[in-house]
Write a protein that binds this ligand. Structure first.
Ligand SMILES: [Zn+2]
Length: 379
């Protein structure tokens, strides 16, 4: 058995204990104090092994950045490992969804996305230190506090660190119950389309009104029609609102739209289409706000190369690693868009991220930890 795997298997109970400890410290994106509590907990685990600092998170919790000095590292490009401390689960979720081990899994809020990935990293570093394995590059670990809500304040820190890096590894969950890595992600954006009409009394003065609700209803099929599944473009009018009362011709109505694109050029084409929306009823007007938040992570030759390395490492551990693409965004979208080879999905193997069945497979804890340790030492 590969020595990293043997080490991780021996440490498995301790790794699971750490995942439970991290998951017990609830950290929803919109609760900066709770997130900071989590950040302190994690920083405590890494102090001594790394130079630990926090970065300002604005209205969110603080971001954490740890720079490791491990033997063997040459100056120059670093390895950036990205994680996020925030979860989508509100404080108190544990009361309804307690952590539990059952059917070979650990269940509970945040265990997959992504407290297990963070625990794997802590123990991957531990593996390298205990087995005295030299690395090739310095390792930087950054934990963002606002990933689940768009990475508004962490983005600049992520990009700054990525530019100094030879490769970026992300601890997001793997895809499916086999834990495929993610080598392509769609770009994500949103638009708000607001229709302004003319209000009037629906009984007394109906004809004087120009209904924003009716006009919006005409626009929505056009907007949804921007979808092109073959091109990997989806456009989802997800939330509508408008009008005030049934007896008032509506003065205003709006729709919030989620967009996903596989290629950067499709985002530009979509932008043009949104801006070209014109009202059918000329008494109405249309305002468009929004755009792309996360550029797509496209599967470049460098990303393929990084995956090949990971696949060879996994083979030594007895794991047949596969790759996948996903419609969901992560902070890897930012780093890949800068041209830095980025590999995502190295965290937990399981299912139910953001859902009540969130869980990780316990028999994949050791090999994922070992794979991460191998990548950290070989890249
Ligand atoms: Zn995540």
């Amino acid at each position: 058995m590969h020595p990293f795997l043997a080490f991780a298997e021996a440490k498995q109970p301790a790794i699971v204990t750490l995942i439970r400890e991290l998951a017990r410290c609830e950290s929803p994106s919109d609760q900066p104090q709770a997130v900071n509590r989590f950040v302190n907990l994690l920083a405590g685990r890494l102090e001594g092994a790394a130079n630990v600092q926090t970065l300002p998170g604005g209205r969110f919790g603080e971001h954490l950045r740890c720079e490791f000095k491990l033997p063997g590292a040459k100056p120059g490009g670093k390895i950036l490992v990205l994680a996020h401390s925030d979860t989508v689960w509100p404080l108190g979720t544990l009361a309804q969804m307690p952590l539990r081990e059952e059917q070979g899994r650990l269940w509970g809020p945040g265990v997959l996305d992504m407290k297990s990935g963070i625990a794997f990293f802590v123990f991957a570093i531990h593996t390298l230190r205990m087995l005295e394995i030299p690395v090739r590059r310095n390792i930087v670990f950054q934990v963002n506090s606002d990933e689940e809500v768009g990475s508004e304040t962490s983005r600049k820190f992520t990009e700054e660190a990525a530019k100094k890096s030879a490769a970026v590894l992300l601890l997001e969950p793997g895809t499916g119950l086999t834990g495929k890595l993610k080598t392509a992600r769609k770009g994500v954006g949103d638009y708000t389309v607001t229709v302004k009409g003319r209000a009037s009394h629906a009984g007394i003065d109906y004809e004087a009104g120009a209904s924003a609700v009716v006009e919006l209803a005409r626009q929505i099929p056009k907007i949804a029609g921007f979808t092109n599944l073959k091109q990997g473009v989806t456009v989802n009018p997800g939330v509508i609102s408008g009008g005030t009362r049934t007896n008032v011709v509506a003065a205003e109505a709006r729709v919030d739209v989620d967009i996903r694109v596989a290629h950067a050029k499709d985002a530009m084409a979509l932008e043009k289409k949104f801006r070209a929306l014109r009202p059918v009823d000329k008494r109405c007007s249309i305002e468009v706000e929004g755009g792309l938040n996360r550029p797509p992570m496209e599967r470049t030759p460098a990303i393929r190369g990084l995956f090949q390395t990971a696949r060879e490492c996994a083979k030594e551990l007895g794991v047949a690693l596969q790759e996948s693409s996903t419609g969901g965004g992560s902070d890897g979208n930012f780093t890949a868009a800068l041209g830095i080879p980025t590999l995502d999905g190295l965290g937990g193997v399981g299912e139910g991220a953001h859902a009540v069945n969130e869980s990780i497979l316990l028999d994949r804890v050791a090999d994922r930890t070992a794979l991460l340790a191998m990548l950290l030492s070989q890249l």
